[in-house]
Design a protein around this ligand. Structure first.
Ligand code: NAI
Length: 258
């Protein structure tokens, strides 16, 4: 099948980790993948890999926190393909730190404005920018699937992640609003809340924290990027048209606080 007749799926943050696996799974499922990322070399390598495996994909260097860049990239996709069927808002960053860290009664560190704003601008505003850009085209087509990366910490909170949790909880809220606003146009909007997945982001965490995560996970392992990718493909399918406004936990049954 050539790219023109395929459903088009934009995957943000597609050059690494969960986004990379998601791009590969969507390509295998027959979508034309548009991979967005800042990491150009890795993004182009992904496109080559998908082509070699018999799929179709293209890379666009897009910073999701910049609405003008997002709008311009969507315009190019519409010009080339005339459609955007799926958006996976996956791009995300971490800038962890306690709100106020004290030792012996003395404040030693605070979460800076830069730390807070950087995470909000990618993980929350980025989701807003990308969704706003594709939605008019999905409304015109009376079809769309919008999938947002939340996190278990967006549901339960987490030590040292004021900024990240604010964004990931906010994503769940926006998912519910957009499900209400867009359902009438055949557009479903859902979030996925991954547990701890073996990517570079999680590998930055200390070993004892990782082991702690495994001990709280009934299936007894850290998740793999493909575990999340398959959830996105499931929610994006035409058969999932009656699922909207929900947050699907994909976390191996993680029991927080146990
Ligand atoms: P990762 O760090 O491996 O990959 C993130 C990708 O996003 C990178 O390729 C990076 O270049 C790209 N990116 C960062 N800022 C960007 C921007 N402004 N514009 C475009 N692309 C940008 O991350 P990972 O672990 O694959 O996470 C993917 C998503 O899943 C994130 O939203 C993360 O918060 C979420 N998540 C991850 C979990 C995990 O355990 N790895 C757990 C829960 C949620």
């Amino acid at each position: 099948m050539n790219a023109a007749s395929k459903r088009v799926a934009i995957i943000t943050g597609a050059a690494n980790g969960i986004g990379l696996a998601t791009a590969q799974e969507f390509a295998s499922a027959g979508y034309h993948v548009v991979a967005w990322d800042l990491a150009e070399e890795a993004g182009k390598a992904l496109v080559a890999e998908i082509s070699e495996a018999g799929g179709t994909a293209e890379f666009q260097s897009v910073d999701v926190s910049k609405s003008e860049a997002v709008d311009a990239a969507v315009a190019k996709i519409i010009e080339a393909h005339g459609r955007v069927d799926v958006l996976v808002n996956n791009a995300g960053i971490l800038r962890d730190g306690q709100l106020v860290k004290a030792k012996g009664g003395e404040v030693v560190k605070i979460m800076s404005d830069e730390q807070f704003d950087a995470v909000i601008s990618v993980n929350l505003k980025g989701v807003f920018n990308c969704t706003r850009a594709v939605t008019p085209h999905m409304i015109a087509a009376k079809y769309g699937r919008i999938l947002n990366a939340s996190s278990v910490v967006g549901l339960y909170g987490n030590f040292g992640q004021t900024n990240y949790v604010a964004a990931k909880s906010g994503v769940i809220g926006m998912t519910k609003v957009w499900a209400r606003e867009l359902g009438r146009y055949g557009i479903t909007v859902n979030a996925v809340a991954p547990g701890f997945i073996a990517t570079a982001m999680v590998k930055q965490m200390p070993d004892h924290v990782l082991q702690g995560m495994v001990s709280h996970t009934p299936v007894g392992r850290i998740g793999e990027p493909v575990d999340i990718a398959r959830a996105y493909v499931f929610l994006a399918s035409e058969n999932s048209g009656f699922i909207s406004g929900t947050t699907l936990s994909v976390d191996g049954g993680m029991v927080v606080g146990s």
